[in-house]
Ligand binder design. Structure first.
Ligand SMILES: *Cc1c(COP(=O)(O)O)cnc(C)c1O
Length: 475
């Protein structure tokens, strides 16, 4: 056995030296990006070029440059010109809690493998349930991402609502869920994983304001029922990812109650609004949901992945993966909060609760209010600037920090405008000063920003608009 190499791997002094160096490097990175000392939010590289670089680095690269190169060759989430996907610029302290989790590597699934993280998780969950407006019967857990949390919630729904014990006996029945056509694709994926197929995913069209058209709920439900589909759940988006528009949770909740089906709220992005005094109204009705998903790594300043999945009724949180029906769980199983692996899809899980707890302990709940409120305010601010521009138009009035807009010239048809906006986005990517994304809504190509950085200002927005005008003159 080559023991020498293993001793080298675990050399503590080496960890200490490299660790201090890395913290210094990352500190410079943060200073540079947060203060926008360097121009770019992204240094775009073609995938093949990037691949070549790393193949070459593995053989010829200098070990000393490794961390620096990785850092450099990323998209700079902390830069105020980063306006792309919905991941947070993590609060630096949560990079340190990530380090703790990685080094200690307590898998959290059973109490003995994460005493602190399991107890802390329970406290965090209680705080979130309270904020939702749930009572003492509620519970939940943290899990690895909104995608997995949505799948888990739908599995809980199926267990709680359908007449057949599918977990044990399987089923030939056609089951179904109802969801807005603008919902995140992971809901569709979850339904397919569960074997619902095309037929079992009842897509409810959206209104011209991109909300789920709740006028159609009864009709869609009855149509499905006539086809023999047993609908067990309806999913409300809070908000939907592409548009940032919130479904009417109150109305969906009433519908679900009436039909005795499960009401799930996908608040991966906007669920954090429960902490915002100013924007809590976007989630009106959320307390009626049987389950709610909230991502910590989106609007709550935490590193990926950490997602809260909350249940109005604790029994359902525990029954999802149990062989027994929920009403058969023994008392000890009900009390077994500290073995979280029984309830989660994952077995081994990061000590993710420590991010939440550390932010709460150091800054208090107000920090989530401050962040959500600031980011949503800036979404409205950007929309106003777009409205003032003669050659730009909004797809719709934003309800959050997600804003879809496009460049517009009279005389060009939809196809030409679509092509032009695709080119604008590609030119922006190549330029690198700003990072924004794009989406298609009802056949129209839009540019899309999500304000994720609390230090992005109107000045940054104005520069983005000027940059787009400048790029157009060269397209
Ligand atoms: C981001 C998002 C998801 C997916 O969550 P992940 O944490 O990326 O897996 C699901 N639904 C909505 C509405 C989202 O915004």
């Amino acid at each position: 056995m080559n023991k020498e190499i293993l001793q080298k791997v675990y050399q503590v002094s080496d960890f200490n030296k490299k660790g201090h160096l890395l913290i210094d490097q990352l500190t410079s990175h943060l200073e540079d990006k947060i203060n926008a000392n360097s121009r770019n939010a992204i240094n775009w590289n073609e995938p093949e070029q990037e691949l070549k670089f790393w193949k070459d680095f593995l053989v010829h690269g200098n070990e000393k440059d490794l961390f620096q190169e990785i850092t450099k060759r990323t998209t700079y989430i902390h830069h105020p010109n980063y306006l792309g996907h919905q991941v947070s610029p993590p609060a630096p302290i949560t990079a340190l809690t990530s380090l703790i989790s990685s080094l200690l590597n307590n898998g959290t699934a059973v109490y003995e493998m994460g005493m602190a993280s399991n107890a802390i998780e329970r406290i965090v969950i209680e705080i979130i349930c309270n904020k939702i407006g749930y009572d003492a019967n509620s519970s939940g857990f943290l899990t690895s991402g909104g995608t997995l949390a949505n799948l888990t919630a739908l599995l809980s729904a199926r267990k709680a609502i359908t007449k057949v014990d599918i977990w044990n006996k399987g089923t030939q029945n056609q089951l179904g869920i109802m969801v807005s056509e603008e919902a995140h694709y992971c809901v569709d994926r979850a339904a397919r994983i569960m074997g619902l197929g095309d037929q079992g995913i009842i897509k409810v069209p959206v209104t011209n304001k991109f909300r789920m058209d709740t006028e159609l709920l009864e009709l869609k439900f009855n149509e499905a029922k006539e086809k023999g589909i047993e609908i067990f759940a309806i999913v409300g988006s809070a908000p939907s990812t592409a548009t940032g528009i919130f479904d009417d949770l109150e109305v969906i909740g009433t519908f679900a109650e009436k039909q005795k089906i499960w009401f799930h709220v996908d608040g991966a992005h906007g669920g954090a609004g429960i902490f915002s005094k100013k924007y809590r109204h976007t989630l009106k009705g959320i307390e009626r949901a049987d389950s709610v998903v909230i991502d910590g790594h989106k609007m709550m300043m935490m590193p990926a992945l950490t997602t809260a999945l909350l249940f109005k009724n604790e029994v359902n949180a525990k029954a999802t993966f149990s062989q027994k029906a929920d009403y058969l769980l023994s008392d000890s199983e009900h009390e077994d909060w500290y073995n979280s692996g029984k309830r989660t899809f994952e077995c081994t899980k990061n000590m993710m609760s420590i991010h939440w707890f550390t932010l709460l302990k150091l800054y208090g709940e107000e920090v989530f209010d401050a962040n959500v409120t600031q980011l949503y305010d800036m979404g409205a601010n950007f929309a106003k600037l777009i409205e003032e521009e003669p050659n730009f138009e909004l797809a719709l009035q934003p309800m959050s920090n997600i804003v879809c807009f496009r460049y517009f010239e009279p005389g060009l048809n939809t196809e030409n405008l679509n092509e032009l906006n695709v080119k604008i986005r590609q030119a922006l990517l190549g330029d690198g000063e700003f990072y924004i994304v794009q989406t298609k809504l009802k056949g129209i190509h839009y540019l899309r920003i999500t304000v994720m950085n609390p230090f992005t200002t109107a000045q940054h927005f104005k520069s983005l608009i000027e940059k787009i005008k400048h790029l157009i003159s060269r397209i």
